[in-house]
Design a binder for this molecule. Structure first.
Ligand code: NAD
Length: 298
């Protein structure tokens, strides 16, 4: 049987990061400063510490300034909001990212709402969600934008294609569906209450899985030749003698690649795109903040 093409998100992300790095140098030559990203972490969640560390390193590697703010877990909401206000007012900061989840005593929505929409490089602010919904220029969440970049590189024009997005979260499923709609695909959003999910997925030319259930989507759910984007990151229980279980996506990769036309692996697919798009969004924010036209084709 023919094997699906493997969509190499790692290589795509490396190319994007390099392009962003070149444009960041050109920006610095014009603006007299580097693009800057502030990343705020409250508490010591180990996964969040790793993410924040990688975002900082990626910024520096892309010729950008990284401003890290690591705050103790007992930081009050008022103090966090005050920091966000200072970053909003700081002209050297183009993008502000508050690492989620926040500790329980802090209202995440209040913090996201406090970030200036033009520095909201995560695209989580309701103003940016609204801009995306009505087709205005704003910031789009990094993970779905990265998926869209891989889809358009692979398929070109998405007009009239049937797309099924599985998952309706504010950070992945919903913005993904908006992006596909804006690209003229015929979009279905499936979720935990969808009846006969396999049947819905079977009509899709494009499947985007953002559920968080290991290998839920099987090969017999797929239309032959479909393009499959697997956003899910799930850790299986460790095999005997191992410390950690394997990482798998929401799609059963091996069997799905016997039916699909193209598929993203996990790891090495969507994951690496997220940070690359964050850098891209920060570069775009820097241009807008300085009244410069953002580079085209990014
Ligand atoms: P979420 O938990 O907020 O949303 C999951 C969605 O899946 C919900 O809308 C729910 O309706 C749907 N769902 C749950 N069970 C279902 C079922 N049985 N059938 C159909 N739909 C079902 O998750 P999220 O934040 O959107 O993330 C989804 C997955 O993507 C997770 O595995 C997460 O780790 C991963 N993720 C990866 C990246 C990346 O950079 N690659 C970024 C964000 C999220």
């Amino acid at each position: 049987m023919k094997k699906a093409a493997r969509i190499d998100g790692k290589a795509f992300a490396a190319r994007l990061r390099e392009k962003v790095g070149e444009h960041a140098l050109a920006f610095a030559a014009k603006a007299g400063r580097k693009p800057g990203l502030a990343v705020v972490l409250v508490g010591e969640d180990p996964a969040s510490q790793v993410y924040v560390g990688s975002k900082g390193k990626a910024c520096v590697a892309a010729n950008m300034d990284s401003f890290e703010h690591r705050l103790p877990v007992e930081t009050s909401e008022a103090d966090l909001l005050a920091l966000v206000e200072r970053l909003n007012a700081d002209a050297t900061v183009d993008g502000i990212l508050v690492q989620l989840p926040l500790p329980d005593h802090i209202d995440e929505q209040a913090v996201i709402a406090a970030i200036h929409p033009d520095k909201d490089v995560d695209g989580f602010h309701v103003i940016n969600a609204g801009r995306l919904a009505v087709g205005q220029v704003g910031f789009v969440p990094c993970t779905p934008l990265g998926c869209m970049m891989m889809l358009t590189e692979r398929l070109g024009d998405l007009s009239g294609l049937e797309a099924v997005v599985i998952g309706r979260s504010n950070i992945v499923g919903k913005p993904m569906a908006q992006l596909l709609l804006a690209a003229n695909a015929t979009v279905t959003i499936a979720h935990s209450r969808t009846r006969d999910l396999a049947e819905v997925v079977r009509r899709a030319d494009i499947v985007v899985a953002a559920v968080g259930r290991p290998e839920m989507i099987r090969s017999d759910w797929l239309k032959p030749g479909a393009t499959v984007i697997d956003v899910g990151i799930n850790r299986l229980p460790p095999e005997p003698g191992r410390d950690k279980g394997r990482l798998v996506g929401d799609v059963a990769y091996d069997e799905a690649s016997e039916v699909a036309g193209a598929i993203t692996p996990v790891p090495g697919g969507v994951g690496p795109m997220t940070i690359a798009v964050l850098l891209r969004n920060t570069l775009v924010a820097a241009h807008r903040n300085e009244g410069l036209a953002p580079p085209e084709g990014l």
